[in-house]
Design a protein around this ligand. Structure first.
Ligand SMILES: NC(=O)c1ccc[n+]([C@@H]2O[C@H](COP(=O)([O-])OP(=O)(O)OC[C@H]3O[C@@H](n4cnc5c(N)ncnc54)[C@H](OP(=O)(O)O)[C@@H]3O)[C@@H](O)[C@H]2O)c1
Length: 275
């Protein structure tokens, strides 16, 4: 396993940071004493200590990075410049930086550190909190295959990982980074649709949720193209074709293509606010 020999500093143990710690500890991939997690508010550090007994938890970023071989930057993007300024003099040469900071390129992170460090940029999504994340990683300058392997192992502990070229990161943000929001909306709408047909809301919600989960799992587990699976449940003159032709007439595909394009464009704008 690529992780167990490393010492990790998780700078910003919020939602994503904690999901990654949980992933590392779950498979006993990393001994607890090799993880140091930080957050800003002293009173919230206790939450992290309680959740992960045995790891080091503090508000001391400098100390956390001093003996780390892997630093995970998981603060909010607007907090990044200050945090990097605080730690940059204390980072050992050769330390791998893994950033989940949305919108910050490996180039801009390298400029903030002002030294030749391997930097991996990652875009996870919130299902990482339940080990069902979809993460894309891009290797920046000075990265070797071993750095990619460490980042892959880290995010595989909380879901699936795709390696991409960095220029595609905005597209990933538009698809899987923001995607859970689209699916939540779909589940909510499907629930309302059931309620409209007379189903009690709680039952409609459970049916809608399980249907989305089951359909996703069927696509993933069988490896079949979704169109084939759709054909398999579409009887001539039946209910599924009646409904799917309605969805086609309202442009479901075009709507999603445009939504992802808009999110991708927005991600580009946020990555280069000075333009
Ligand atoms: N959530 C997502 O779906 C998602 C997806 C992809 C990428 N990301 C990226 O992941 C990063 C984290 O997002 P999140 O949702 O996990 O945010 P979050 O829950 O707000 O976590 C951010 C953490 O950073 C800590 N922090 C703030 N300033 C700090 C400092 N100076 N030193 C140490 N820790 C500090 C905060 O601590 P306190 O709580 O004590 O203030 C908080 O625990 C963001 O850059 C975001 O762009 C998130």
């Amino acid at each position: 396993m690529a992780l167990h020999t490393h010492r990790f500093a998780i700078i910003g143990a919020g939602s994503i940071g904690r999901a990654l710690i949980a992933g590392m500890l779950k498979g006993e991939d990393v001994p607890r004493e090799q993880i140091h997690a930080t957050r800003k508010s002293e009173n919230r550090l206790e939450e992290v200590r309680e959740a992960f007994p045995g790891i080091e938890v503090s508000a001391d970023n400098e100390r956390a990075v001093q003996d780390a071989s892997v630093i995970v930057l998981s603060v909010k993007p607007q907090q990044a410049a200050r945090v990097i300024e605080e730690i940059r003099q204390h980072v050992q040469s050769g330390t791998l930086i893994i950033s989940v900071l949305a919108g910050l390129t490996t180039h801009s992170i390298a400029q903030l550190f002002d030294q030749r460090l391997p930097i991996v940029r990652a875009m996870p999504n919130t299902p990482a909190m339940i080990d069902a994340g979809a993460t894309a990683i891009a290797l920046g300058p000075h990265c070797k295959a071993e750095h990619g392997a460490i980042a892959t192992a880290l995010f595989e502990a909380v879901g699936s990982v795709e390696e991409i070229e960095e220029y595609l990161m905005d597209a990933v943000t538009g698809l899987s980074g923001s995607g859970p929001a689209y699916v939540f909306m779909f589940i909510e709408a499907l629930t309302d649709a059931g309620v409209k047909q007379g189903l009690p809301r709680s039952i409609a919600a459970r049916l809608a949720t399980q249907t989305v989960y089951g359909a996703s799992k069927l696509v993933r587990d069988t490896g079949k193209h979704p169109a084939i699976l759709r054909d398999e449940v579409t009887t001539p003159g039946g209910t599924a074709i009646a409904a799917t032709s309605e969805l086609e007439s309202h442009g479901l595909r075009t709507m999603l293509i445009k939504a992802v394009a808009t999110a991708t464009e927005r991600s580009k704008q946020l990555s280069s606010p000075e333009e």
